[in-house]
Unconditional design. Structure first.
Length: 632
């Protein structure tokens, strides 16, 4: 089979699965859903592996979607090492999550069960379209469909008011990003007159290391900033981040899919794919790094006070995505994508292991009501510990090699004081990560069972749930050895693989970088252990506790700055414009027509003499009119 056909099959498999489940899934036996739902994702994974082993590359055009004069929008898929890398993450980790869902969602009735897997396949399809698209138009289509899929899945339990509100919030925030994406695309098209990546990147002025002296290329900065709006919204970075913690209202597999394999990584992918633009747009490129570093620290501090286990992991995701933004923002693209892969392993592991606990605890998510699970849910506890140590960045787990490579490259970047400041922010974030992760572990698994625990003897997860968790635990343990450059020796598989797509690593670290790497790990691990035994810190700083519990009051600020004024404007328009003017005009027109019809209906008496009288009267009027006209 040709590479062109394989590339299309990657998209068609989940699309076909979603169509089948939407059309007939709810009418057929559940085994049909169990096979189709995860099966189509694994089929896409196999097709991606085939492209990987074939060392495929190319810009494959399947048909022309729009043609108007010189303006052409083809449906083309760009296959290179970056798109293959992303497809492996989406279909591989996504396949494990969808397989895990077979057991997690087993209590749903048949229509809801099929609907869930239909939505999951749509989500996978949308993300694959986003990363495979070879032009801006279909990038936007995939971008918007990812937002729609998240809306459907976050609000899957639509009987819950909180789920509906969370889904709506996620949708609105992402639409803001979509507007930025569309405007950025218009800026690019207005200046380059093309929408396919290859034509746009080839037409960029002062790209590929050429000098920009003497030119007016402000439109590149504008386009890069507008595209960044889309990336910030989709990846839940400041200030468009408030939707992600509320997205925990969806089922836990949805949280795992959003956080690990699909939606929030889209912003990182966008910056990496558009690196020819960002390499020229220096101010926008720096903004990517600054937003990432600030978000990493911001989210980590909030995670310190959360008591909902999924919300801790949500803020952790924001923080780790911040590291990825920091990496791609300083030009260390391969390091950012290595952390994307690493994060997919250990964050999917953490969410799914947490899902085992939530499932066993009858959907209770408050960690203060757990405790003592180490003795009662040993396999889940061990896998959660592996994910936690990887999140903290402890050697030999995958999180150590990926996160420390980012910090090491930021620390060693020559002649860039701003990046050194961002390294300090990332260093502090790593220490806070150790503390809140240790606190999460202590509240959930250590000590004695809480007297408030809803289940005295929690049940073990089903095999279909435990096997994907075990596979991810293995990947989180040994996955880092594919790239060990953080310690100065060993392979650099990810960097070498992505070199043709994002360019080579632009600078090398030294001995000081390696020393700082191990210092970061030791201090973060020490804080992880200290959190197991420390007293609550809030007793010393209650004002900080309140500030972090209210999430720096972002929701309240947005409520007063945007939501309330919008509600007031809408109320004013309804009360003083729509009802008295628009509605009244429509209603009064109807009343007038009704009154006129009522008056005319009086002439329809049904008596022949009345009709003759009207006829004679009309004839007399006509005769008088003619006589008067003739006499004049």
């Amino acid at each position: 089979m040709s590479n062109q056909a394989l590339a299309l099959l990657i998209l068609l498999f989940p699309a076909a699965g979603a169509i089948l489940l939407a059309g007939r899934g709810w009418r057929l036996p559940r085994i049909f859903t169990v096979i189709i739902g995860p099966g189509v994702v694994w089929a896409s994974f196999v097709a991606t592996l085939a492209l990987l082993f074939a060392k495929a590359s190319g810009d494959f055009t399947y048909w022309t979607w729009i043609k108007s004069g010189a303006f052409v929008v083809p449906f083309n898929l760009l296959i290179d090492n970056l798109s293959i890398f992303m497809c492996l993450v989406i279909t591989g980790v996504g396949g494990l999550i969808v397989t895990y869902s077979v057991g997690y969602m087993e209590h749903e009735d048949d229509p809801s069960y099929a609907r869930f897997f239909c939505y999951m396949d749509v989500f996978i399809f949308s993300m694959l379209l986003l990363v495979l698209a070879g032009n801006f138009v279909f990038l936007i289509v995939g971008w918007a469909m990812v937002g729609l899929s998240s809306y459907l899945l976050i609000g899957f339990w639509y009987q819950r008011h909180s789920a509906v509100v969370a889904a709506r919030k996620a949708f609105v925030m992402n639409v803001i990003g979509d507007v930025g994406m569309i405007l950025g695309t218009f800026v690019v098209f207005a200046n380059v007159r093309a929408v396919t990546y290859t034509k746009v990147f080839d037409a960029l002025p002062c790209a590929n290391g050429q000098s920009c002296a003497g030119g007016d290329y402000g439109w590149i900065e504008l386009a890069a900033f507008l595209l960044l709006v889309g990336a910030v919204a989709k990846s839940a970075q400041l200030p468009l981040h408030t939707w992600l913690p509320d997205a925990m209202e969806g089922p836990t597999p949805v949280s795992a899919l959003i956080h690990a394999a699909t939606m929030v990584t889209a912003g990182v992918y966008l910056v990496g794919r558009m690196h020819p633009i960002y390499d020229v747009a220096t101010y926008a490129h720096s903004a990517v790094a600054i937003i990432g570093a600030v978000t990493a620290l911001f989210a980590a501090t909030i995670a310190v006070v959360q008591v909902d286990i999924k919300r801790v992991l949500a803020y952790s995701t924001m923080s780790q995505i911040g590291y990825m933004f920091l990496a791609v923002g300083i030009g260390a693209y391969a390091a950012g994508f290595f952390h994307l892969l690493s994060h997919a392993f250990f964050k999917a592991l953490l969410f799914m292991a947490a899902g085992n606990v939530i499932h066993a605890m009858h959907d209770e998510q408050d960690m203060r009501k757990y405790g003592g699970l180490w003795a009662q849910m040993r396999p889940t506890s061990i896998t959660f510990l592996i994910g936690s140590l990887s999140l903290v960045g402890v050697i030999p787990f995958v999180g150590f090699f990926s996160k420390e490579q980012i910090l090491g490259l930021a620390f060693s970047k020559p002649d860039d004081n701003m990046v050194h400041v961002l390294w300090a922010v990332g260093f502090g974030t790593a220490l806070i990560t150790g503390f809140y992760t240790g606190r999460m572990w202590w509240l959930s698994f250590w000590g004695k069972p809480s007297p408030q625990r809803p289940v005295e003897h929690p049940h073990a997860p089903r095999l279909v749930m435990m096997v994907p968790v075990a596979i991810l635990a293995i990947l989180a343990t040994v996955g880092g050895f594919i790239q060990t450059t953080a310690i100065g020796v060993g392979p650099s598989t990810v960097t070498d693989f992505l070199e043709t797509a994002v360019g080579p690593q632009r600078w090398e670290g030294g001995g000081a970088e390696i020393a700082v790497t191990f210092l970061t790990m030791i201090l973060a691990a020490a804080l992880f252990v200290w959190a197991l035994y420390s007293r609550p810190w809030s007793a010393y700083a209650p004002w900080a506790q309140r500030l972090l519990e209210r999430k720096y009051y972002f929701d309240e600020i947005y409520e007063r700055a945007f939501v309330r004024p919008t509600d007031w404007i809408a109320g004013f328009a309804l009360r003083d414009i729509e009802r008295p003017v628009i509605d009244a005009a429509v209603v009064d027109t109807g009343l007038l027509a009704r009154a006129g019809a009522g008056g005319l209906s009086l002439t329809q008496s049904g008596y022949f003499r009345n009709y003759v009288l009207v006829f004679v009267g009309g004839a007399l009027v006509a005769a008088v009119f003619l006589i008067v006209r003739a006499s004049s």
